[in-house]
Design a protein around this ligand. Structure first.
Ligand code: SF4
Length: 231
């Protein structure tokens, strides 16, 4: 595919049109990977409007917030899309026995590798031709995110239909369509990951949507986008 040409076209298109193209192009070989942040919610809504039955995958690390588990159930019912919860090979207890308690405090990269990167790799690679992410350029470190690219990491096409949307645009969309969202967003958490004191905190004033993730460390990504769009 001519990525430059496609990106130039998609920069002028709305996310729903991009999703429509992806569904037509990849059919059942297209997967949505979401952690039910606002972009994921808008993606699911647009897919239901397109009447597209695309597999929805989410990484259930086993240590998500109760509010996130609740939203998963709610979203499954609301959108009528079955959600596949991808779980790591090791339970939290097995991980603690093998690597020690609270690995996320000592080596969050290893923890994310075990609980997110490897499980997603197993499910995506070789099974799909394209995946849809919720990456946006207004998020820290993601300023160069293309809407579409070849993803060497998973050997497939990677789509970020909302790359040029802002957080504000998403919230207008979500409220306008009365869509469900994570209750933690109203408690100061714009970005929500695992429920540990180091992995997810409320965002600091003026420091960006993902400033509460992996606090007091240089880590800014869990690893599933590591070969990707550094801003
Ligand atoms: S976000 Fe934290 S707890 Fe979750 S997998 Fe990564 S390091 Fe582990």
């Amino acid at each position: 595919m001519d990525w430059d040409k496609l990106n130039a076209k998609f920069e002028q298109a709305d996310p729903k049109s991009i999703l429509r193209w992806a569904v037509g192009e990849f059919g059942e070989k297209l997967a949505i990977v979401t952690s039910f942040q606002p972009t994921g919610i808008a993606t699911l809504h647009m897919l239901t409007e397109l009447n597209a039955k695309v597999p929805v995958l989410t990484l259930d690390t086993g240590i998500l917030f109760p509010e996130t588990y609740q939203l998963m159930d709610e979203a499954e019912a609301f959108f009528g899309l079955p959600i596949t919860r991808i779980r790591p090979e090791l339970t939290l207890q097995e991980q603690a026995a093998q690597y020690g308690e609270a690995l996320w405090e000592r080596d969050p990269d290893k923890c994310c590798h075990i609980r997110k990167v490897v499980p997603l790799d197993k499910v995506l690679k070789g099974h799909y031709s394209a995946w849809v992410t919720g990456l946006r350029r207004d998020q820290t470190g993601r300023g160069n995110t293309p809407i579409v690219k070849w993803d060497d990491k998973y050997d497939m096409v990677k789509l970020s239909p909302f790359a040029n949307w802002t957080s504000e645009m998403l919230w207008i969309y979500i409220h306008a369509h009365e869509l469900p969202y994570n209750a933690l967003h109203e408690k100061g958490y714009p970005s929500i990951g695992c429920n540990t004191p180091v992995c997810t905190q409320p965002a600091k004033d003026g420091e960006g949507e993902r400033s509460g993730r992996w606090v007091n460390s240089d880590k800014v990504e869990c690893g599933i986008h590591v070969t990707a769009e550094k801003g």
